[in-house]
Design a binder for this molecule. Structure first.
Ligand SMILES: Cc1cc2nc3c(=O)[nH]c(=O)nc-3n(C[C@H](O)[C@H](O)[C@H](O)COP(=O)(O)OP(=O)(O)OC[C@H]3O[C@@H](n4cnc5c(N)ncnc54)[C@H](O)[C@@H]3O)c2cc1C
Length: 391
């Protein structure tokens, strides 16, 4: 069935993109390279974005944000990545906030959202993945058990990024045992944990060293007691609450992938035009030029899917297929652009000073997280095309 939803093409949200570009100019390659070498969080960059309220674009005006659609946030993240910066240090607030906004009660929203919008509180940690269950999210085993006016949480999460830099953590935990629920997506609940209160009282956070500077961690819950009003929405419905947020996450990160792809394309084209060997620019060779041209075409095609997914999300339409497809196509376009740029730079791609190898490492993540390509294909095969469940 056809429906009419208007989708802007070309550079939309210039009023956001231009000032974001000006902020990014203050954080050139040297800044990111140095942090990458030391595996340190980009505090100054996150502070600059927070101060200018770009991390609060999705928070409604009544809570101190800009109240803009998801597409505006995509434009912000895409621009950051197009400029060679990395929004991974702070993007989570944009999608985790949605769970609180849509499913939190009035008191919770009033307590947290204005302070998240102002930057007083960081909501950057989203604890879903577990070491033993991985992509099979509904099998997660971290348990939250009601005990009087508290919940007692026991279990373990992995890859909880930014837990050491965040004040709040959105947690998905099981509140009813898997064998006591009709569907395995039931009996899961979402909690907003105050990390500052919890650390050392049953919450331990251990950094994980990774090939990129991502501030990711392993989190241990050892009978952590949290007040019962940490629960967001109704007990047992948490998986449903975070699904909406996951679509937003996929669309936003697809925007980052597009930004990466554009950064790599610009670098590749400039280098192909200026580098001369055998007496001519290397870009005159089809072996150099055509992969770059193909990569541009793939990026433009992915961009259309990202815009479609964001438009559906912003019109409160079902968008699971589009959000997943957008994330898959954009991450593949960015990976192809990264590798093409890498090849175009020859040996110089390996020299850290050009930032190619760093961005190449960074954009690789988007094919694995927040959901890996195979799981997207499994979703499309089963839920969109009606084939048997493959797992
Ligand atoms: C740097 C980093 C940051 C992250 N940040 C966060 C975060 O902040 N919060 C969070 O909750 N998680 C986070 N993650 C976790 C991320 O979402 C998972 O790594 C990802 O979803 C894949 O899960 P897994 O690593 O357990 O892989 P697994 O589930 O073990 O899968 C391994 C491989 O097998 C494939 N596979 C598995 N099952 C099937 C199947 N049925 N059919 C076909 N192929 C299959 C997968 O596609 C994958 O390629 C992060 C991960 C990384 C690396």
């Amino acid at each position: 069935m056809s429906q009419t939803i208007q989708v802007d093409i070309g550079e939309d949200y210039s009023f956001l993109r231009e000032p974001v570009r000006r902020i990014c100019e203050k954080f050139p390659g040297e800044y990111w390279r140095e942090l990458d070498g030391k595996q340190e969080y980009p505090h100054a960059f996150v502070d600059a974005l927070t101060e200018h309220e770009y991390l609060a674009v999705l928070i409604p005006e009544e809570y101190g944000g800009a109240g803009l659609p998801l597409r505006a946030a995509v434009a912000v993240l895409e621009t950051i990545h197009e400029c060679g910066c990395n929004a991974a240090a702070c993007h989570a607030q944009m999608y985790t906030m949605g769970t609180l906004l849509r499913h939190g009660n009035a008191e919770q929203k009033q307590r947290y959202l204005p302070r998240i919008a102002s930057g007083e509180l960081r909501l950057q940690a989203f604890a879903v993945t577990e070491p033993n269950t991985g992509s099979d999210t509904t099998q997660l085993t971290t348990r939250a058990t009601r005990d009087g006016d508290a919940y007692v949480i026991r279990g373990e999460k992995i890859w909880t990024s930014r837990a050491l830099q965040s004040d709040l953590m959105l947690l998905l935990a099981r509140t009813t045992a898997a064998d006591e629920v009709a569907k395995r997506s039931h009996g899961l609940s979402t909690f907003l944990i105050d990390i500052r209160e919890a650390r050392g009282k049953g919450l331990e956070i251990t950094p994980i060293e990774t090939m990129i500077n991502h501030s990711t961690t392993q989190v241990f819950f050892d009978d952590l007691r949290v007040p019962s009003d940490s629960l967001i929405g109704e007990e047992g419905n948490g998986f449903r609450y975070i699904l909406d947020g996951m679509n937003a996450e996929r669309i936003l990160l697809a925007g980052e992938a597009l930004g990466d792809a554009r950064w790599f394309l610009r670098k590749a084209v400039d280098y192909a035009n200026e580098r001369e060997v055998f007496g001519a620019p290397i870009g005159r060779n089809q072996g150099i030029q055509f992969p770059i041209a193909r990569s541009w075409a793939e990026t433009e095609a992915a961009d259309l899917m990202v815009r479609k997914a964001a438009a559906l999300f912003d019109h409160q339409q079902p968008c699971g297929a589009e959000a997943n497809t957008a994330k898959m196509l954009a991450s593949e376009a960015s990976w192809r652009a990264a590798d093409t740029c890498f090849q175009t730079y020859g040996g110089f791609a390996f020299a850290k000073e050009y930032d190619i190898e760093r961005k190449w490492r960074e954009t690789r993540l988007l094919r694995t997280a927040p959901i890996s390509t195979n799981l997207i294909l499994a979703y499309l095969g089963q839920h969109v095309l009606g084939m048997p469940r493959s797992y």
